[in-house]
Design a protein around this ligand. Structure first.
Ligand code: NAD
Ligand code: DAU
Length: 354
């Protein structure tokens, strides 16, 4: 079968990646979507069941840190574009194990950039899209927003590794002329997020009547974006964003952690048929995260004005949908927390890798 475009998505078995892969495979039947993922603890092919048998979808298991493998993959497939999401993504893990973030997020990105640079001829019709985070901009006070020109000031090993990869992507654009685009996005939430991040962790804990560990005073602020809105923004930027540009993606949806947690507790009480207020009793204030950024807030005016994208869902609705998804998908939650899916898919993917 011949396709109009062949697109490499890295990290497509993870939280954001799986929603993006499903969007692309379904919306563009004339594109061949190749999903490269190492299937770490955060990657799960169960997230992609809906598309796994589609003719325009291929899964490849592999490590972006393995430069020989990455180069071979680019020699085998003539990719028109790369949408790069594969990363170590959890701030707390970066505090205990910075090196795996340096390897995957920095070295892995450079391996992809090198493979694109060496295999893409004169770069005509090519595009390297790097998916990044608002955490590269550092921490805001009570007011103000991150814009695309906000100076970088990363403060955790995770955000420093993402900032470094952003700089390298821009350096390959300026030095070698590689066609690139970057987006920096706020906190995502929704189905399929590994239950180590705030919202799915707390949903899981509430379900099992376990304590809810709120870091510090709980007044840290995040701008929450519905994950499917992020996937649609990536689609728009990949197709219409200007070469060499950066776009901020945000949810227009700022919450102090403790206020968001209260809403989540009340939604869970309602969905579980428990007495109102019973989940709030699980809240426990614990020692703060070291270097905890106080506030993130995105100004996504550029994306709205230049490319016409806006978020569609606000958090209270989104939180109910998210909580319901986790309650309706108990086996997913059990499989990811026990690692059971990994053993199952070890056998499955070995017959599908190409
Ligand atoms: P995730 O942790 O859920 O998924 C990461 C995926 O990358 C997993 O499927 C994992 O198996 C894969 N992966 C990890 N190391 C790999 C390697 N060495 N080789 C190949 N694959 C590997 O992450 P996510 O939350 O979906 O984030 C995706 C991207 O979006 C990341 O680059 C992250 O920095 C960025 N981002 C995330 C958020 C958020 O709120 N989650 C916000 C802004 C930006
Ligand atoms: O802003 C974008 C970033 O958002 C992404 O780049 C990261 O990949 C993603 O993990 C996320 O980072 P955060 O550190 O903001 O997300 P997390 O869910 O870990 O934490 C959200 C807030 O909740 C933060 O202020 C820390 C707090 N928190 C988190 C956990 C896991 C708690 O109070 N208790 C917890 O147990």
């Amino acid at each position: 079968m011949s396709f109009k475009k062949t697109i490499l998505v890295t990290g497509g078995a993870g939280f954001i990646g799986c929603h993006l892969v499903k969007l692309l495979v379904n919306k563009y039947p004339d594109y061949h979507i190749i999903n490269l993922d190492l299937l770490t603890y955060a990657g799960n092919l169960e997230n992609l069941k809906e598309v796994e048998d589609k003719d325009n979808y291929t899964f490849v298991k592999g490590d972006i840190v393995d430069s020989a493998f990455i180069n071979k993959l680019f020699e085998t497939h003539d990719f028109d574009g790369v949408i790069h999401l594969a990363a170590e993504s959890h701030v707390d893990r970066s505090i205990t194990d910075p090196m795996s973030f340096i390897k995957t997020n920095i070295v892995g990105t450079v391996n992809l950039l090198n493979a694109a640079r060496h295999n893409w001829g004169d770069f005509k019709g090519k595009r390297f899209y790097h998916v990044s985070t608002d955490e590269v901009y550092g921490s805001l006070g009570e007011t103000g927003f991150f814009v695309e020109t906000t100076p970088y000031d990363p403060r955790s090993p995770y955000s420093a590794s993402k900032a470094s990869s952003d700089h390298l992507v821009r350096a390959y654009h300026h030095t070698y002329g590689l066609p690139i685009v970057i987006s920096n996005c706020s906190n995502n939430y929704g189905p399929n997020q590994f239950p180590e991040k705030l919202i799915p962790l707390f949903i899981n804990n509430i379900k099992h009547r376990k304590t809810l560990p709120v870091y510090g005073d709980g007044k840290y602020t995040r701008d929450w974006l519905w994950v499917l809105d992020h996937a649609s923004a990536i689609d728009v930027i990949f197709h219409n964003g200007a070469d060499g540009e950066t776009y901020n993606i945000g949810g227009n949806n700022e919450w102090k952690n403790i206020d968001l947690i209260h809403v989540l507790c009340d939604v869970m009480d309602d969905l579980l048929g428990r007495a109102k207020g019973s989940s709030r009793e699980l809240i426990t204030f614990v020692k703060d995260r070291p270097g905890h950024d106080r506030r993130y807030a995105i100004d996504a005016t550029k994306l709205k004005e230049e490319l016409g994208w806006e978020p569609t869902i606000q958090s209270e609705d989104g939180m109910r949908k998210t909580a319901k998804w986790y309650l309706d998908n108990e086996s997913w939650l059990e499989n990811v927390t026990s690692g059971a899916y990994q053993q199952y898919y070890e056998k499955q993917y070995s017959t599908k890798v190409s």
